[in-house]
Write a protein that binds this ligand. Structure first.
Ligand SMILES: [Zn+2]
Length: 71
């Protein structure tokens, strides 16, 4: 039986389970739905133009699409 890589025994009766961590961008972006600065979940670079990265992700609060331009 295969042991899931994400489950680790850290003490005789203590296990830690690390689920698939949701990656998030280290910077905050403005969500137009929440009208607030929010963390960007599952960031994905969608294009690079004129030296800027355009990153698309999900709002941590509402899950809406948030686009961030990183220069
Ligand atoms: Zn939002």
């Amino acid at each position: 039986m295969a042991v899931a890589h994400s489950m680790q025994r850290i003490a005789p009766h203590t296990w830690t389970f690390e689920g698939p961590a949701i990656p998030f961008a280290p910077m905050k972006a403005h969500c137009r739905f929440c009208r607030a600065q929010v963390a960007l979940l599952r960031p994905e670079a969608i294009s690079i133009q004129t030296g800027n990265y355009i990153v698309k992700g999900e709002c941590e609060r509402c899950g809406g699409e948030v686009v961030l331009i990183v220069s």
